[in-house]
Design a protein around this ligand. Structure first.
Ligand code: SF4
Length: 368
């Protein structure tokens, strides 16, 4: 949507509105939604429509601050022009289901334009409002402990479908989102282009500091380097979940093609290329990877890394019989890492009471 095409290339749609060719999603011959476009891109677009440049800023404000869902909502625009561009989609989802836990955590099932349903979570604390966004419909990684992985993969999300999740939570809570984590459904590095574009839009258009955005991956060979080349000042997290290769293969099938040492080497490269540290995430599964010897083994792998380990006590799901470790066992794991001078935190479970694990709500509503 950045360059202005000659008029001869501009297809006519709807009420004879002329849409630049690059606004067409070629795969589906559908209009590309405006959500996710920058101020510059929106300004170019309104000018292509014969409107003055200042309408670009108005459009940007109505999309990102005022929650416009269609041109009909944008009452500052002339009625005749609104009718002309009525077919151009803004790109907002519709709410399919909302579930609020006693601790204030809200889970949403959002319906995309093609009818696909994804999960998004809003997590409030006294100082923050964090959104856990999905990057794919389902997930192909099939991690053994994950409800989303059990449901299979449907498709990648598009830029606007990711940005929409942040706006949806912001509007529902009536307060600004402070943090966004790519830890919902899907493996973000398998949808890198849309994820990077969404990160840029969430930062520049929605206005959330880039360091408050976290991309989390289980590791895709070569993609960590590609992410580093974008030089985003995001927080980057890698889900190790195991202290050795055999255990990792048991939990994450794709690990067979991406040995732990190769993953750690690519993480070191990420640190070199970006000057940013890597956070390692480790899901604690009772009796499987939560013993003191696992902590010692993990510490050995992370020696020399400027890092932080985030321990995630498991939220049980009905599909598998992994269990959450006891608080004593969790503390023992923490103690061993700290004895090895590794910074460590334990993620507090939010919304544990109801369908708390990733993919569980969608599964419980028979949507997979
Ligand atoms: S844990 Fe993440 S990467 Fe693994 S199957 Fe679930 S959503 Fe996919």
């Amino acid at each position: 949507m950045s360059a202005t095409p000659p008029l001869s290339q501009v297809p006519a749609v709807g009420n004879n509105v002329q849409i630049p060719a690059e606004m067409l999603d070629q795969s589906k011959s559908a209009l590309t939604p405006l959500l996710g476009a920058s101020l510059t891109q929106l300004t170019e677009w309104v000018q292509q429509q014969g409107q003055p440049a200042y309408r670009g800023r108005q459009l940007h404000g109505w999309i990102y601050q005022k929650g416009a869902r269609s041109f009909g909502d944008i009452t500052v625009f002339p009625k005749q022009w609104r009718e002309t561009v009525a077919d151009v989609p803004i790109g907002r989802s519709t709410l399919h289901y909302r579930s609020e836990a006693p601790d204030g955590t809200v889970k949403y099932l959002l319906r995309m334009a093609d009818g696909q349903i994804i999960e998004t979570v809003g997590i409030p604390t006294s100082k923050r409002l964090t959104v856990c966004v999905s990057s794919q419909v389902g997930c192909p990684m099939a991690c053994d402990f994950c409800a989303t992985g059990k449901g299979g993969f449907t498709r990648n999300l598009k830029r606007h479908e990711i940005v929409d999740q942040v706006l949806t939570v912001q509007e529902d809570f009536g307060q600004r989102v402070s943090n966004v984590v790519f830890m919902g459904m899907g493996e973000p590095l398998l949808n890198l282009e849309a994820v990077v574009e969404a990160v840029q839009s969430i930062n520049q258009d929605v206005g959330i500091g880039v360091r408050s955005l976290t991309i989390s991956t289980v590791g895709i060979a070569g993609r960590i380097r590609q992410l580093a080349e974008h030089q985003l000042q995001i927080t980057f997290a890698v889900s190790l979940h195991a202290s050795n290769q055999a255990l990792r293969e048991q939990l994450i099938p794709s690990a067979k093609r991406y040995p732990l040492e190769a993953l750690l080497d690519e993480c070191r490269e990420y640190v070199q290329l970006t000057g940013r540290r890597v956070t390692f995430e480790y899901i604690l599964l009772a009796g499987l990877n939560d013993l003191p010897e696992h902590a010692v083994e993990l510490a050995g792998h992370l020696r020399g890394f400027q890092t932080h380990v985030n321990l995630i006590p498991y939220n049980p799901i009905s599909e598998v019989d992994y269990q959450r470790p006891s608080p004593r066992r969790i503390q023992d794991f923490v103690d061993v890492l700290q004895q090895h001078h590794i910074a460590v935190s334990v993620r507090r479970s939010r919304g544990l009471e109801k369908d708390a694990a990733c993919g569980q709500l969608r599964a419980s509503k028979s949507l997979v």
